[in-house]
Design a protein around this ligand. Structure first.
Ligand SMILES: C[S@@+](CC[C@H](N)C(=O)[O-])C[C@H]1O[C@@H](n2cnc3c(N)ncnc32)[C@H](O)[C@@H]1O
Ligand SMILES: O=C(O)C(=O)C[C@]1(C(=O)O)C=C[C@@H](O)C=C1
Length: 255
């Protein structure tokens, strides 16, 4: 049994294999969160998302401030449960139900194994379910860490509104997303810097380009303006960026 604060965690590459999914020429079928991806996910996300570890640590810090007694916390699109574990670790309170949701059975199976392997001070339950069908209630904190970008754009507003309705006043939504910069030249620059980051982390040009093709129409990024407007329309009083590295951004929205 490993303590929550002891490395490695589910967001750390040491937990499973290296991501070689896009090394073979011709690997361009649409990206899916299947067993192959789940098996290498800690390595994939660590080497692909600039600032990922910082965001996970930040979620623990935000949990310390936002999680309140007699409420619940949600990790929507939890993958292997890194944000759920961070909330449990960061919370000042015990016995706060932390509910992780993911619709990939491969992720959910591995997530449950990870969670079992950790001593945590709050009960964590993992459900294999669509976020669109998840009931959210008495929430003091909800995390969407690089998940909304994979959901149909037409369904995003309703999800944010549903989260708003399930949050207690003063509750927080952490929304992390790959974004599109409004200025086309800056957007191209951020994409280039992201690709440089991936190259520096050992991905080849072929892997980068094949994954880019596989993510087309699967991961659909939006501008920060679109996210702020959606949050405002849902009723959030505040939405501010608390972290950004290149085109990867995390917003804190408060009810
Ligand atoms: C990039 S991963 C999230 C990473 C994770 N939040 C973390 O911090 O490590 C996106 C996850 O969202 C899940 N997902 C995508 N669409 C979903 C939906 N409609 N309902 C539930 N889960 C969904 C995928 O299966 C995948 O595990
Ligand atoms: O690898 C990329 O280019 C990404 O956009 C990163 C990204 C993400 O943002 O969710 C895409 C898919 C995987 O889930 C891991 C990371």
């Amino acid at each position: 049994m490993t303590s929550e604060s002891t490395k490695p965690g589910p967001g750390k590459p040491k937990d499973s294999g290296r991501d070689n999914i896009f090394t073979a020429p011709g690997t361009t079928s649409p990206f899916r969160f299947d067993e192959q991806v789940a098996a290498v996910f800690p390595d994939m996300i660590q080497r692909s998302v600039p600032g990922y570890s910082f965001i996970i640590s930040g979620i623990a810090g935000l949990a310390q401030k936002f999680i309140q007694p007699n409420t619940q916390a949600y990790d929507l699109g939890c993958s292997l449960g890194a944000a759920a574990l961070a909330m449990s670790r960061g919370s000042q309170h015990t016995n706060i139900p932390i509910i992780g949701i993911d619709n990939s059975s491969a992720m959910v199976e591995r997530c449950r194994l990870f969670i079992e392997g950790y001593r945590h001070k709050n009960p964590i339950q993992i459900h294999c379910q669509n976020i669109q069908e998840t009931t959210i209630s008495q929430a003091s904190m909800v995390v969407l860490n690089f998940t909304l970008q994979f959901i149909e754009q037409s369904e995003r507003q309703a999800i944010i509104e549903h989260i708003y309705d399930g949050l207690e006043p003063g509750g927080a939504l952490i929304l992390s997303e790959k974004i599109v910069a409004s200025d086309p030249a800056v957007n191209e620059l951020l994409i280039k810097l992201h690709h440089d980051f991936k190259r520096a982390n050992g991905y080849s040009d072929l892997e980068i380009s094949q994954k880019r093709t596989a993510l087309e129409n699967v991961l659909v990024p939006e501008t920060l303006e679109t996210h702020h407007l959606r949050l405002k329309n849902a009723g959030f009083k505040v939405s501010e960026v608390w972290h950004q590295q290149f085109n990867f951004c995390s917003i804190l929205a408060i009810k």
